[in-house]
Design a protein around this ligand. Sequence first.
Ligand code: HEM
Length: 405
Amino acid sequence: MTPATAADGTSQSLVLPASRATGCPFDPPPAYDQALRHEPVRRANLWDGTSCWLLTGYHQVRSVLGDRRFSADARVPGFPFLSPGRRELVNRTTPSFIRMDDPEHARQRRMLTGDFIIKRVDAMRPQIQQVVDDTLDRMVAKGAPADLVTDFALPVPSLVICLLLGVPYEDHEFFQRHSRTLLDLASGPEPVRASIQSLTDYLSDLTARRRRDPDDSVLGRLAQREDISLGEAASMGLLLLVAGHETTANMTALGTLALLRNPDQAALLRGEPDLAKGAVEELLRYLSIVHSGLPRVALEDVELDGTLIRAGEGVMLMLSTANRDAGLFEDGDRLDITREARRHLAFGFGVHQCLGQPLARVELEVALRTLFGRLPGLRLAVPFEEITYRTDMAVYGVNELPVSW
Ligand code: HEM
C-alpha cells in the first residue's frame, strides 16, 4: 500500500495549520479545500519538521473519530502538535480527560454527564434567557456602536458556565485572559506553562474551598466525591471553564456576522424565530470553529480507504472540510438555515464528542433568537472588509464585531 497522492500524482508539501490568507473568511483554508477535493487522506508537515496524516473528508474523519485504534492521549509517541505551546500542554501533571483514552477518560467523563444531559440543560433555559436578556439590556443601554464580542457574545457563556461550575464571575478577566493564551497557537511554551499554572492554582484553591464548604455547583459536587483527587477535580473544572465559554462565545459572534453577511438568511430568522434551532446547526456546520483540526495518533496499523496508517503515526482530522463534504451536504459552501445539518461533525464524534453540546445548543439558540428578535435593525458598524479574524487561535472567530442597531 502507498500513501495517497494528488490526482496528478504529485503530493505538494503542506504545512499545518494552513493559512486562511485568501478567500472567504467563513470557508476553510484553500489548501484544505484542495485536499478534500483531490486527496482526502494525505501527508502534511508540522512546525517541528515531523509529519502526520491530514484527513479532510467526512467519512474518513468520522471513521477515525469512532475508531478505538486511534488515541487522543497526547503522551503517546507520534501524537501531532500544531505548535510548541500545544506540546507544552502535555507536560502538565494532571492532563484533562479530553486528552485521555478509556477507561480513565470514561471514568472521569461519567462523573459529569448528568450535568450536561438535555433534560438538565433544558431546565436551565429560563436562567439562560435571563442572562441573555440582562446582557443585551446592558449593551443597548450603553448605546451603539457596541463590540458584540465583549458586550454580548463573551459575557453570556462566561456567566452561564460560572453559574453551572460555581466559579465567581468577578474573576472573568483573569480566566478569560489565561484561556486565550491556552488557545492561541502562537503562544510559546513559557506563557502556556504560566497560564496552566495560574488556572490550576485558581481552580485547586476553589475546589479545596468547596470541599470544606460544599454547594450544589458542578465543582462543589466534584469536590465532595471520594473517588477523585482534588487535583483531578480541578483539572476537570479547568477543561469545562475553558471549553465552556470560548467556543460558544466565538460561535455567537461569528454566527452573527455570517447571518449579517447573508441578509436573506437573517431575514428568514427574523421572520420565523422558530428557525433558530436549525440555524444553530447550520452555523455550527458552516463555520466549524474548532478549525485547526482534532489530533489523534494510531495505536495499531490501520487501513483507511486503501491507505496504510501505521502505528505511531499522527493524524489531523479537519472538521471544517468534513462539514463541507459534497457527499453529505449539497452545495455545502452555501449558508442555508433551513437545511438538515444535524449530521455535522462540529462537536466531534465518538467517545470524545463534545460533552457540553446540549448547553452550547441552548445558549446559541437563545442568544441568536433574542438578538435578532429584539434588534431587527442589527447591522455592522464598520465595512465587512475591516473585520479581523482569530486565525491563530485553536477556536476560530472574530477579534471584534462593531455593530449598530
Ligand atoms: C469536546 C466543540 C461547547 C465541553 C469537544 C470536541 C469538539 C468540541 C469538536 C471534541 C474534541 C476532540 O475529540 O478532540 C465544541 C463547540 C462548542 C463547544 C463547537 C460550542 C459551539 C462546549 C461547552 C462545554 C464543552 C459549552 C462545556 C460546558 C467539552 C468537553 C469536551 C469537549 C468537556 C471533552 C469531551 C471528552 O473528551 O469526552 N467540544 N464545544 N464544549 N467539549 Fe465542546
